[in-house]
Design a protein around this ligand. Structure first.
Ligand SMILES: [Zn+2]
Length: 284
């Protein structure tokens, strides 16, 4: 293991262990959740029909500054896609406005961007979007985990593993679903472990295409994983549905954005602050 990956391992361990907000999963597992980040249009046009065929709905973590854009993951979502996804029962959740890394921005800048994301979703969809959140690039910090945690229903990172028996709402574990059908065995193994231990397994990916980006998957892989989970009797839930089940008191007590982080300080959809990191190719 290289020094860099060792440091990453230590960092993830510390992040996972500190500032937890734990709720018991109880007997609700095995749960399987599919999430799409950013999100590329194919996550909806190609991804959603596959999930829906098996009765599953996804959580789409949306960075609103990407609407109508094209980047290395292909064409990004459009307004109509948000409406379509929501009307089909998928969850629309927050991924910051500018796809900003918590590790590359000062905390105040990061929390403002998170609030702008909430506001943009609210003004676009006309209702409060889900209060579930995912860290862009999976890059959480100890300070962000501590301070953002109680502000949202849940925060998802990219630390691998299963959630439970104690679920940390401040940093949900998630597992990448990248590549083609040759990666299916890895995912099937996770589904079997999740079933045996009755936990909550979250997958994340980006585009869904025959020739996906390095951060996406093929329709064949998504179909194989989803059909296997369905055949094994997993319960498909969005993040919102799972949080509602395991922490109804948290969902009931969800509060509006903190007044000291007024999201209306700027107009949604105005160009985001220049941030080199939001253009980085490395993406999670
Ligand atoms: Zn992302």
């Amino acid at each position: 293991m290289s020094l860099r990956s060792q440091l990453g391992h230590v960092r993830r361990g510390i992040l996972s262990a500190c500032h937890q907000r734990v709720v018991p999963l109880g007997d609700r597992g095995p749960i399987v959740t599919f999430t799409f980040d950013d999100f590329p249009q194919t996550a909806l046009t190609a991804g959603a029909p596959i999930l829906e065929r098996y009765g599953a709905r996804a959580t789409y973590y949306v960075a609103m500054s990407l609407m109508n854009k094209t980047n290395e993951l292909g064409e990004q979502f459009r307004y109509e896609d948000l409406i379509s996804a929501q009307s089909s029962g998928h969850e629309i959740a927050n991924h910051t406005f500018s796809h900003l890394s918590a590790r590359r921005a000062a905390y105040d800048e990061f929390i403002r961007d998170l609030a702008w994301g909430e506001t943009a979703l609210l003004e676009t969809l006309g209702i409060h979007a889900s209060r579930n959140f995912a860290y862009p690039y999976g890059e959480a910090t100890l300070e962000a985990k501590k301070r953002i945690g109680p502000r949202v229903l849940s925060s998802r990172g990219t630390c691998r593993g299963l959630n439970g028996p104690e679920v940390d709402l401040n940093l949900l574990r998630a597992n990448r679903l990248y590549g083609d059908a040759s990666r299916g065995q890895e995912a099937r193994q996770l589904i079997l472990e999740n079933e045996a231990e009755k936990r909550w397994l979250i997958f994340y990916t980006h585009d869904v295409a025959a020739n996906p980006s390095p951060f996406g998957c093929t329709p064949e892989l998504l179909d194989a994983v989803c059909s296997f989970a369905a055949a094994r009797g997993a319960r498909f839930m969005t993040v919102a549905e799972a949080v509602q089940q395991i922490a109804p008191q948290v969902s009931a007590n969800q509060h509006p954005p903190a007044s000291n982080h007024r999201p209306l300080e700027r107009v949604p959809f105005a160009p985001a602050p220049t941030n080199q990191e939001s253009e980085r190719v490395v993406r999670q």
